[in-house]
Design a protein around this ligand. Structure first.
Ligand SMILES: NC(=O)c1ccc[n+]([C@@H]2O[C@H](COP(=O)([O-])OP(=O)(O)OC[C@H]3O[C@@H](n4cnc5c(N)ncnc54)[C@H](O)[C@@H]3O)[C@@H](O)[C@H]2O)c1
Length: 350
């Protein structure tokens, strides 16, 4: 039986990957130390997801390990020699990084490097998927010509979205964007220099009902949580017209399996929901209202430093390299799933 290692296995993308792989007959080891709680407080805890995986996924083995612990990472890879690695463990917040710069860099850049070197030494032919971010492009997308519409911004030059040719250089990234860019480049290098099958996936907004969403990370799940529970929400900057493309975590997991089947060393892909799954904050609020949930919100005019005004992934390269892969989840579908999750967990509030 093929075996896989998923880092950040209790988080949004990691847990979706664990389930997908196990459903296809893989033996899965998940690595996570619940550091999300340390980053974001109790609402960020991923322990419930961990318990759920242990209870419901046959053969799932959990390893409580910090990817900053180089020797422990090496020992684990030497023991497992996994056939496939999906690396999702991270400090994932653009805004949080400034307050915890050492943790951010140590987890995102050094933790990734620890995994890459150990993978080179113990399982160099095994495909390795790295969840990078569109924040490696810094604020460069904000300098594209933009037009303002009634409920959103859009590109003024008619482009469908942003492709991989955008420069990651000489722009404002946030410390998070910089630590992820360091990891992104290291992954590319292990692909190119060592010819290892490492794929780099620059995520837009990755989302799903099991996200332990907090104000600083997990936009869509957090706004749904506020709408359902009556918690006040603050729209920050750009008149609420900022746009993100949303992709369901299960669609990400399916893509990673496609990469496993046909890996391309060091290749970089933009990964998101694309134009069809793009939505602004104002449009999200309207959609939730139509679904019976009116959000209590206020507006703060000063935008987050380096926040994207309009980010939609151009999926052309991904679709050309992986023609069998499809986006199966629409925005409406994702919102419905999130609301259902709230109904199941706390019927009174939803
Ligand atoms: N969710 C998004 O919108 C988004 C967008 C772009 C990129 N990404 C990237 O995708 C990946 C997964 O994101 P997510 O939303 O699933 O995040 P998540 O926070 O839900 O999951 C990450 C998991 O990693 C664990 N973790 C953190 N530090 C660790 C450490 N030192 N050792 C072991 N485990 C650790 C956390 O406890 C958490 O369970 C991240 O690399 C993130 O940067 C996410």
């Amino acid at each position: 039986m093929a075996n896989a290692l998923v880092t950040g296995s209790n988080g949004l993308i990691g847990s979706a990957c664990v389930r997908k792989l196990a459903s296809e007959g893989w033996q899965v080891v998940g690595l996570d130390n619940n550091m999300r709680q340390e980053f974001f407080g109790p609402l960020g805890s991923t322990l419930a997801e961990r318990a759920h995986l242990v209870e419901t996924v046959p053969g799932y083995r959990h390893v409580e390990l910090d990817i900053r612990n180089r020797q422990a990472v090496r020992d684990l890879l030497a023991e497992l020699r996994p056939d496939f690695i999906i690396h999702t463990a991270a400090q994932p917040s653009h805004d949080r990084a400034a307050a915890i710069p050492y943790d951010d860099f140590d987890v995102n850049a050094v933790g990734t490097f620890n995994l890459l070197v150990a993978a080179r030494d113990y399982c160099r032919d095994s495909p390795f998927c790295f969840t990078s971010t569109n924040k490696v492009y810094g604020d460069a997308p904000n300098f594209l010509p933009l037009r303002e519409l009634e409920t959103r911004y859009d590109y003024g030059d008619g482009r469908d979205g942003i492709d991989e040719s955008m420069s990651i250089d000489q722009c404002l990234h946030s410390l998070f964007g910089a630590s992820k860019a360091a990891a992104d480049l290291a992954c590319q290098e292990f692909g190119r220099y060592f010819q290892m099958p490492v794929g780099i996936f620059r995520g837009g907004c990755l989302t799903g009902p099991q996200h332990a969403a907090v104000e600083l990370h997990g936009y869509l799940a957090y706004i749904v949580y506020c709408a359902v529970t009556g918690r006040p929400y603050t729209v920050i900057g750009y008149k609420g017209k900022q746009v993100r493309d949303q992709i369901h975590c299960d669609d990400v997991a399916e893509l990673f399996l496609e990469y496993y089947r046909k890996p391309r060393p060091g290749e970089v892909y933009n990964l998101g929901g694309g134009r069809a799954n793009s939505i602004s904050v104002l449009e999200t609020i309207s959609a939730l209202k139509e679904m019976g949930h009116t959000l209590e919100w206020t507006y703060r005019a000063d935008n987050r430093i380096g926040d994207h005004i309009c980010y939609i992934s151009d999926l052309s390269k991904l679709k050309a390299h992986y023609p069998d892969w499809r986006l199966r989840h629409s925005i409406a579908n994702i919102l419905e799933e999130m609301l259902k999750r709230h109904r199941d967990v706390s019927p009174a509030s939803a």
